[in-house]
Design a protein around this ligand. Structure first.
Ligand SMILES: [Zn+2]
Length: 236
């Protein structure tokens, strides 16, 4: 089985199992050609996503290969791939405890845990609370995102970007963990976020690729044990 297709299906199913994805939201991965990406059909159930069903979609959001329609918010993915050559994988999801940080005045999503060094410069909040379903809306989101590696969509959800599906999975897990930590720490008292120096010190000894592989191994083997993914997928 094609490795990229399998990784998207595994990532999607594991994020459902982690209560981060549910009946909507989607993961995509840029194909090596650079001008197309894989994404699931709009109505396929995330918890049972079949790698062979993934669509090949061009940067104009037109289906190049596969059966079915891509998600209505596919312009999120296409416009990010157009604007950011460094990006190999995109996640869009609607995780309420994280989205909460787009809803409260004076409460930005601060870096509380060391893995939030990925978002050391802050997490921009996009003004448009509607579905990002046109090229123009996708371009507006890209302007909000700038050089950041994640954005909150006001009253709607999140976008997280990374170089690969394996790295993306780790980033999404840490992004959500950081938001939860901030909400919980705030209940105890005045929060003390990590500062630029703290985060730089962490980054200087951190092996991102090794860490992402470790998370992937833990979550994928656990997912196979629980029947979330077929165990054959671990060895193909
Ligand atoms: Zn959405």
């Amino acid at each position: 089985m094609d490795v990229m297709r399998r990784e998207i299906a595994i990532c999607t199913r594991m994020l459902v199992d982690a209560d981060i994805l549910e009946y909507s939201g989607h993961i995509s991965s840029r194909l090596p050609s650079g001008d197309a990406f894989l994404i699931q059909p709009v109505d396929d159930v995330r918890s049972n996503l079949d790698p062979s069903r993934l669509l090949v979609v061009g940067l104009d959001c037109e289906v190049v290969e596969g059966e079915g329609k891509p998600p209505s918010e596919t312009p999120i993915h296409a416009e990010i791939y157009k604007a950011r050559p460094d990006v190999g994988a995109v996640a869009h999801f609607h995780h309420d405890p994280t989205t909460m940080f787009s809803m409260v005045k004076g409460r930005p999503l601060l870096p509380m845990k060391n893995h939030a060094s990925r978002w050391a410069d802050g997490v921009p909040v996009h003004f448009d609370a509607s579905h990002i379903s046109s090229v123009e809306q996708g371009q507006e989101l890209v302007r909000t995102l700038g050089d950041s590696n994640a954005a909150l969509l006001r009253g709607h959800g999140e976008v997280v970007i990374a170089e690969s599906i394996v790295a993306l999975f780790a980033d999404v897990v840490h992004f959500v963990e950081n938001a939860k930590a901030l909400a919980q720490a705030g209940l105890l008292g005045e929060v003390e976020p990590l500062n630029g120096e703290d985060l730089e010190r962490f980054r200087s000894t951190f092996n991102r690729e090794k860490h992402a592989r470790k998370l992937w191994a833990y979550y994928s083997v656990t997912a196979a044990n629980k029947g979330v993914i077929p165990s054959e997928w671990l060895y193909e």
